[in-house]
Ligand binder design. Structure first.
Ligand code: PAF
Length: 295
């Protein structure tokens, strides 16, 4: 595996169909599952590792974001990565940033409302990665459901000839969605965090039993999380990321909650084919992730 620091160096290593997995690093089994999936779909697997400052609305969250390039490089290599693109900030932001990408509408609610500027940072950095690396396809995890919708809209509107592939949420055996931020949870908050997936799974069971009213599903999830500092629980359309009253189109039941200093997001997606609604709860690992073993 090559570690490249510039866009040009990365592109020079391409052969055939190029798949890109954009990441903020500090890999967990969620990232590794995405690498394995993407490996199957491309000839050159590029993983980008860049803690993008412009998408963090809180500077202390940016500073506290875990980083370990050496560990990440070893894991990426084990999972078939050909090129790890790990640029310095100047490669991605060569001067004062006077050009940004802003996606309207689908960013109005949920993460867009609670993290002002977040999606401009995400769309801008992903547009830079797409322009500079020119992949054929790019993969994003479904845990950031709103991000997937935002990036699909950007790709459509800016005519990037790139296929966006989404991959399921990966969870600890007890249900907690994998996130690099989980290592910052103390023992009590780690225990308390289970209320999030429990609430989402209970709502998904109601959907399996025929419930379609958004209010009921949100109330079920909220009941489980009543002791948490919840930013939102929303049933939202996958297409618009706007709240919906009835589950009659592909949707997500999405949650954001704060545990101490750590903000977690999670969701269950509901896909619809004909009259059949399927809840995508993600993948449960059989044993605890490597992240739980981290100091
Ligand atoms: O989902 C993430 O890890 C980030 O938002 C992304 C897509 C790598 C952009 O920095």
């Amino acid at each position: 595996m090559e570690i490249a620091r510039t866009f040009a160096e990365t592109r020079a290593g391409y052969e055939g169909r190029v798949g890109l997995l954009p990441t903020l690093g500090y890999f967990h089994e969620g990232h590794l599952a995405l690498m394995d999936l993407l490996r199957e779909k491309c000839d050159t697997l590029v993983v980008s590792l860049f803690v993008n400052p412009t998408q963090f609305d809180q500077s202390d969250d940016f500073a506290a974001y875990p980083r370990n390039e050496e560990r990440d490089a070893a894991l990426a290599e084990e999972h078939g990565t050909d090129i790890l693109f790990a640029p310095a900030e100047e490669e991605v932001y060569p001067g004062p940033s006077i050009t940004t990408v802003s996606v309207a509408g689908v960013t109005d609610e949920m993460e867009g409302r609670h993290r002002p500027g977040h999606f401009v940072g995400v769309a801008t950095v992903v547009a830079k990665l797409f322009a500079g690396l020119n992949p054929d396809l790019a993969m994003f995890g479904r845990k950031d459901a709103q991000q997937v919708t935002v990036l699909r809209a950007m790709v459509r509107d800016l005519r990037f000839p790139i296929e966006i592939v989404q991959a399921p949420v990966v969870r600890e055996p007890d249900g907690l969605a994998l996130s690099s931020r989980n290592v910052r949870l103390d023992r009590m908050d780690r225990e308390a965090s289970l209320a999030i997936s429990r609430g989402l799974f209970q709502a998904a069971e109601q959907v399996d039993a025929g419930e379609r009213r958004g209010e009921r599903l949100e109330a079920t999830a909220m009941r489980s999380m009543k002791s948490l500092d919840v930013d939102y629980v929303k049933l939202a359309s996958q297409a618009t990321m706007k709240p919906i009253e009835t589950l009659d189109e592909p949707a997500v039941l999405a949650v954001a909650a704060n545990l101490g200093e750590v903000r977690l997001i999670d969701n269950v997606a509901f896909d619809i084919e004909g009259s059949i609604v399927t809840a995508d709860r993600g993948i449960l690992l059989e044993s605890h992730s490597t992240l739980s073993a981290m100091p």
